[in-house]
Design a protein around this ligand. Structure first.
Ligand code: J9Q
Length: 253
């Protein structure tokens, strides 16, 4: 899959894209990521990418022309029509479903917006406008990295263990169960060490599976009950949820 990122801060992408799962996928040729400096698509001596807003007001607005020229160059180089994502607080919220849909495309272009705005005429070339959440950032570079990470890890082969991709919490609609690793006992006090739940050391895999399901359902009910409406629960999980809700409601009475 190809990603083309259009930004005024190309340096912000260097280390994130070189590290970890994404860095490895680029080296292996599964992902082709090109970061494009918007200034390279200006035509004036001073390589100006922004200007004051018509009508007045604070801040600077990203000019349309360098963005149009960048998109034309990317289209010519890739030799196909582009899906163009603009990162912006006005966009629809990035969800796992959106990430899945984008991961089935051959390529995505991400234009990094900025806080003060982008010339509205750019939106004529934008396929979708995406926000990563309701908070104020200085620019769309970190959102672009978030979108790339969420999409790229769904490209077959990028994450080594396909099972872990299929099992991840937002694919199933449940939060993860608690995880522990060695040692089985640590810290705390001598009288009250911090222990791994005994069931996980029992070797009883049927019990472990049931315990994990109960933990995942209980945590989701406690922390993110909104997720349960869209969760694909199996019979056992639905039964556990019924019990936990009954317990909760009994406690409230
Ligand atoms: C470009 N705050 O914020 C949340 N999702 C995207 C953004 C954003 C921002 C400023 C500029 C994107």
């Amino acid at each position: 899959m190809t990603f083309d990122i259009v930004t005024i801060f190309p340096a912000m992408f260097e280390q994130p894209l070189a590290a970890g799962v994404i860095g490895r996928a680029i080296v292996r040729g599964l992902l082709d990521v090109k970061v494009r400096d918007l200034r390279d698509f200006t035509t004036d001596r001073h390589r100006v990418v922004d200007d004051v807003p018509f009508g007045g007001g604070p801040g600077m607005v990203l000019k349309a022309d360098p963005i149009f020229r960048a998109l034309d160059a990317i289209e010519a180089e890739r030799g196909r029509a582009l899906t163009v994502v603009l990162t912006s607080p006005q966009g629809s919220r990035l969800t796992q479903e959106t990430a899945r849909r984008l991961s089935r495309l051959e390529g995505v272009v991400i234009v990094c917006g900025r806080y003060e705005g982008v010339d509205e005429r750019v939106r004529g070339r934008v396929t979708e406008e995406l926000s990563i959440g309701d908070y104020v950032l200085t620019g769309g570079e970190l959102p672009a990295l978030v979108i790339l990470d969420a999409v790229a890890r769904l490209v077959p082969g990028v994450v080594g263990d396909e099972q872990s991709v299929a099992d991840d919490s937002f694919s199933r609609g449940l939060l993860d169960f608690p995880q522990y690793t060695r040692p089985a006992e640590i810290g705390g006090t001598a009288e009250a060490p911090l222990q791994v739940p005994a069931v996980l050391l029992s070797g009883n895999h049927a019990e472990i599976r049931r315990w994990r399901k109960r933990q995942a359902v209980a945590r989701t009910l406690e922390r993110r009950p909104d997720l349960l409406a869209g969760a694909a629960l199996d019979d056992e999980e639905r039964e556990i949820l019924r019990e936990l809700v009954a317990q909760r409601d009994a406690g409230r009475r």
